[in-house]
Ligand binder design. Sequence first.
Ligand SMILES: CC(C)(COP(=O)(O)OP(=O)(O)OC[C@H]1O[C@@H](n2cnc3c(N)ncnc32)[C@H](O)[C@@H]1OP(=O)(O)O)[C@@H](O)C(=O)NCCC(=O)NCCS
Length: 171
Amino acid sequence: MEFTIRAATLEDCKDISRMILELAEYEKVSDQVKIAQRDLEQDGFSKNPFFHGIIAEVPEHLKSKEGHTKVGYSLYFYTYSSWKGRAVYMEDLYVMPEFRGKCIGKALMSKVSQLGLAAGCTQLNFTVLDWNKSSLDFYLKQGCWDVTSDLGYHCMRCEGDALEHLAQGDL
Ligand SMILES: CC(C)(COP(=O)(O)OP(=O)(O)OC[C@H]1O[C@@H](n2cnc3c(N)ncnc32)[C@H](O)[C@@H]1OP(=O)(O)O)[C@@H](O)C(=O)NCCC(=O)NCCS
């Protein structure tokens, strides 16, 4: 299928916001999405962006049933490993259902990898839900491995009141 992969721009934030919700619905966590188009515009396209994005786009004649030409995206940012140095973290990878199985997901992930390597990174990190077998299989097929099952790492988080308390030092 004809498609292009390119860097996301400010004008893509509306579609990124839409696809973030679609991905969250797929992952059954749409109630967790607190981010709107405006947050994306501020956080991704101001002087010191917190994330970068890439977009998969199809030509007008291949647009989706609802009329979308932006049909997939990935958000990523740079992190640092005290063991391995520069790393790239892929926060989201998503292709709209009617465009899956056409190598768009692979092309998006390949682009994030290219950008990471060009920036001197030696690792691409990301998480996947344990029940998301089809995506897990997709990632394994791309040569990725499961850090949790192989090394026993767990993703940890502190947020809300716990984060406030932690910051105030009164836990
Ligand atoms: C995961 C996802 C991004 C893959 O994108 P896609 O465009 O459908 O995948 P592609 O067509 O690029 O597949 C690339 C390769 O992976 C293979 N593949 C795709 N899905 C697969 C699966 N479920 N199991 C095994 N292999 C799979 C394809 O056969 C293809 O192999 P090839 O290179 O030998 O031809 C897409 O299915 C998606 O958006 N899923 C829902 C959202 C999601 O789960 N995102 C990840 C959150 S962690």
